[in-house]
Ligand binder design. Structure first.
Ligand SMILES: *[C@@H]1O[C@H](CO)[C@@H](O)[C@H](O)[C@H]1NC(C)=O
Ligand SMILES: *[C@@H]1O[C@H](CO)[C@@H](O)[C@H](O)[C@H]1NC(C)=O
Ligand SMILES: *[C@@H]1O[C@H](CO)[C@@H](O)[C@H](O)[C@H]1NC(C)=O
Ligand SMILES: *[C@@H]1O[C@H](CO)[C@@H](O)[C@H](O)[C@H]1NC(C)=O
Length: 416
């Protein structure tokens, strides 16, 4: 086996002297997706070229099974979702972790696991799925993939490497995965000189959205310029990113944190059942350095967070209750669930002059080829078994909220 492999490699690389060396432990850091979140084992991601198309499957040679991994020539393509699994049960790390990559879907004629195959005609080793029989009985080279940062920039840009399975006592040689334009499409081919620069995009499953909203017809659309006006607190002052606020229902309880499901970390955002509760303080950050406007994308953070989790609001999908709910932290704090990429917005609840608002969440799909899903309101969900009502995506009954300045010390001092 070893001899065969070296032979195969040697036709690709006349000299092996320039091969990248193995990595040290220090190189290990979480791989991050295009939103900056760590990649989680088993979650769906799309692999895209930097400024270019996603990774898909296609037929090459005389094969009638789409078992060759290709980069789509169409730059808008976001590619087929993959799952990545490594030695760590949760997080995918760079460099030393040997990884399995599987598409989340596979054709009937082949399994979903990525391997490398030899194409004797063009003298390339390329990435495909299935077995030799799916690749004109050409040699299959088993091995594992690795992910390494592309260049030293802080950006979340990576390259893939392949580690052929040598006999264990032989130190392996890692080879970059590049691209090669062949008759059938752009192959992911092993290449010493030009690695394929990729990023990983969390794949939100449209299926999940469709079970949440049987009919999408009434959903609010994206915002127009006219929607933009300062959000005002209960005193009528514009909300500022430098200030701290509490979010309350108009005639009901404040927004707090609680534990839900089996979690032992209070990472779910709840509306307190107690009407007198004013809620935990939050800060808003929008595109304007100071004033918070309606109809603009916002980051919302609690000003305090438990040790087990960070403070930023996100939207997660809980398949056991079929709801998309607001939580803090990342997927580690919400293990069984899915994370929605997107942004929160504040919108006026009515056209009246009162300072009451609703939250709107707009999922985003960076790929222009994917039909975008409209924004939806945030309402409440009450199962009577938690410390409050969850804030969840809704089609028709938004929670009406007001914003109260958390610390009114300025006013007090002035009035003295
Ligand atoms: C895709 O993007 C690449 C790099 O930005 C560019 O060179 C290429 O012309 C684009 N191709 C198409 C079909 O738009
Ligand atoms: C990947 O595919 C291989 C081959 O079908 C299979 O044995 C393995 O369980 C798959 N891994 C995942 C995580 O689906
Ligand atoms: C809280 O206020 C709502 C609306 O005003 C009311 O329906 C509810 O009964 C009140 N709950 C409590 C516990 O006071
Ligand atoms: C909100 O929390 C996130 C995650 O911890 C952090 O990156 C961000 O800087 C925080 N934003 C604000 C305004 O505190």
């Amino acid at each position: 086996m070893k001899a065969v492999l070296l032979l195969t490699l040697s036709f690709l690389f006349a000299s092996l002297t320039n091969l990248p060396l193995a990595f040290s432990k220090d190189d290990r850091e979480p791989v991050r997706d295009t939103d900056g979140n760590p990649l989680y084992s088993g979650h769906p991601y799309r692999i895209r070229g930097k400024d270019s198309g996603g990774v898909i499957l296609g037929k090459t040679g005389n094969s009638n099974c789409p078992a060759t991994v290709l980069q789509d020539y169409f730059n808008g393509s976001s590619g087929l979702p993959v799952k990545i699994n490594g030695p760590d049960p949760d997080i995918i790390y760079t460099d030393t972790s040997l990884l399995d990559i599987n598409f989340t879907w596979n054709p009937n004629c082949a399994n979903s696991l990525w391997s490398v195959f030899k194409d004797g005609e063009i003298e390339k080793l390329y990435v495909g799925i299935g077995d030799s029989s799916n690749h004109g009985n050409e040699q299959k080279i088993s091995g594992k993939f690795l992910i390494q940062k592309y260049g030293s920039q802080p950006s979340n840009s990576y390259k893939l490497l392949f580690d052929p399975e040598y006999e264990s006592h032989v130190r392996s040689v890692l080879i970059d995965v590049g691209t090669f334009d062949s008759k059938g499409g752009r192959l992911l081919a092993l290449d010493m000189d030009k690695p394929f620069q990729v990023d990983f995009e969390y794949a939100v499953l449209l299926l999940t959205l469709s079970f949440l909203f049987a009919s999408l017809t009434n959903l609010p659309l994206a915002f127009s310029k006219d929607d933009r006006e300062p959000v005002r607190d209960t005193d009528g002052n514009p909300l500022s990113s430098g200030q701290v606020y509490r979010i309350r229902g108009e005639d009901s309880g404040g927004v707090i944190l609680g534990k839900t499901g089996n979690s032992n970390c209070p990472a779910t955002v709840l509306q307190d059942y107690f009407n007198g509760s004013s809620g935990l303080p939050v800060k808003f950050k929008g595109p304007d350095p100071d004033i918070i406007y309606t109809g603009t994308p916002l980051d919302i953070n609690f000003t305090w967070n438990p040790n087990c989790v960070n403070s930023r609001w996100s939207l997660f999908v809980d398949p056991t209750i079929n709801e998309a709910y607001v939580g803090i932290g990342d997927l580690q704090n919400h293990k069984e669930d899915q994370l929605y990429s997107g942004k929160f917005f504040i919108q006026k609840y009515t056209s009246q002059p009162s300072n009451s608002y609703k939250f709107v969440f707009c999922p985003y799909y960076p790929s222009k080829s994917t039909k975008s899903v409209p924004c939806f309101d945030i309402g409440t969900y009450d199962n009577g078994q938690e410390d409050g009502k969850r804030l969840v995506g809704t089609n028709d009954s938004p929670l009406i909220v007001v914003f109260e300045k958390a610390y009114k010390s300025d006013a007090t001092i002035k009035s003295v």
